[in-house]
Write a protein that binds this ligand. Structure first.
Ligand code: 7TS
Length: 418
């Protein structure tokens, strides 16, 4: 083993949550005179100092537009930007770097597919299959497309325990199914869906599959070739990178056949008033000056995750999930929504006769940040007959002591609200 490899191994063995916490400056701030406890990681994760520094370093040392200048700064910026694309390729196991398209986030990635592949391939009577636990951003673009093309949107039902009904999925798949757009990990329940199996089944009917990986990319090991998905979209900001940068992966052959999305600079080879020819992948889908600083910082975030090891992070987060589940189940007024066999470190719950919003406000007074409401999954909330949930989502820097404080905070809130 090379020395550098063994260093990485050593770092992985020594998972030290307190050492990790020191790398996140925001974790030392006070909220309402209390130490911040940040349990809203499914909405967006906090950023380590190295990511914050990467942004500032770019603007302080080599801010320049990419792919066009011949001066040193432009070359440095281009190299760093493209290095990020390679880092993403490795992170998700894509076969080719041209399959990595930078976007603003998951939402933009899904919309790109709907507006390009969707418009080209969906016609009257065709069916698009989504699930009952989709985030609005994996519902609305397909609804718009179906309305435009007289196509049909069908929904895989969710079982009481928060898992998908695979029995219904099998029945819903037909020759009419052209696309399955499915979330890998539910942002509202934490359920991990069996996407590999679902992709295999969809392909038997010739349907393409888009995976919404907004919540999964940070928690699960990802290999898009092994999954054999056709499209895979995620956001940087949920994996310790900045907001405003995301990734759309697509199989090269599909991306090559698809029409362009936005027109403008960078996505063209040659422009005349009569005819424009388009650029090669991935630039064909990256019109205009991109989000250079945040793309560069995305690589820093991926390197950060790699240096700790996804396996170590998952182990820690699973311990938090098990610990929190056991603690919360002890609270008589509390009901956990979503108890799938396979979950990530996210717990949604309701408290009897208490509005989630009121609980959220009281917890905020105690310095505890979590999300309450429908989590942009209104149809799912309707399925469970509730207006919303209280959601605690854990990241690598959270601790059992913080969970104890959440439990104490909940008892306090229950006392005040009942
Ligand atoms: N899909 C899922 C499963 C998500 O959880 C989110 C964001 C999105 C798509 C959209 O991602 P964006 O980065 O383009 O906005 N989810 C959440 C959440 O749970 N709380 O705030 C944002």
């Amino acid at each position: 083993m090379k020395a550098s490899q063994s260093n990485i191994e050593q770092k992985k063995i020594a998972f030290d949550v307190q050492a990790i916490r020191t790398q996140f400056p925001i974790l030392s701030r006070k909220v309402n005179d209390q130490n911040l406890i940040y349990f809203d990681n499914a909405a967006t994760a906090q950023k380590p100092q190295c990511v914050i520094d990467a942004i500032s370093d770019y603007y302080s040392r080599y801010n320049a537009n990419i792919h066009r200048g011949i001066h040193t700064l432009a070359e440095e910026a281009t190299l760093a930007y493209e290095a990020s694309r390679h880092a993403v390729q490795e992170f998700i196991g894509a076969a080719a770097v041209e399959e990595i398209i930078f976007s603003r986030g998951t939402t933009e990635g899904i919309n790109l597919v709907a507006y390009t592949w969707g418009r080209q391939n969906i016609g009257p009577g065709d069916e698009i299959l989504i699930s009952g636990m989709e985030h609005h951003s994996n519902i609305v673009p397909w609804q718009i497309l179906c309305q435009e093309k007289a196509a049909v949107l069908k929904v895989i039902p969710v079982l009481d325990n928060g898992e998908l009904s695979m029995e219904d999925y099998r029945l819903l798949l037909t020759e009419k199914t052209k696309l399955v757009a499915i979330v890998q990990v539910s942002n509202a329940l934490g359920t991990v869906n069996p996407v590999k199996e679902m992709i295999e089944l969809a392909h038997q009917f010739g349907a393409k599959v888009l995976v919404d990986a907004a919540q999964s990319a940070v928690h699960l090991d990802i290999n898009v070739q092994d999954l054999d998905c056709d499209f895979f979209a995620f956001s940087g900001h949920k994996l310790y990178a900045p907001t405003g940068i995301g990734v759309l992966y697509g199989k090269k052959q599909l991306l090559e056949q698809m029409p362009v999305f936005q027109g403008g600079g960078e996505m063209i080879k040659e422009v005349s008033f009569e005819l424009t020819t388009y650029n090669d992948l991935p630039y064909k889908y990256e019109a205009g000056t991109p989000n250079i600083a945040d793309t560069i910082a995305l690589k820093t975030a991926l390197d950060f995750i790699k240096s700790i090891g996804k396996d170590q992070i998952r182990k820690h987060e699973n311990e938090l999930l098990d610990y929190a589940t056991a603690q919360l189940e002890n609270i008589p007024e509390l009901q956990i929504i979503g108890q799938a066999k396979e979950k990530v470190s996210l717990i949604s719950f309701v408290l009897k006769n208490m509005h989630p919003h009121d609980v959220g406000v009281l917890l905020d007074h105690q310095g505890i940040a979590l999300r309450t409401g429908h989590h942009c999954t209104q149809p799912l909330m309707k399925r469970f007959g509730i207006p919303g949930t209280i959601r605690a989502s854990f990241a690598l820097y959270n601790t059992k002591e913080e969970i104890d404080l959440l439990v104490a905070g909940l008892y306090k809130s229950i006392k005040m609200l009942s």
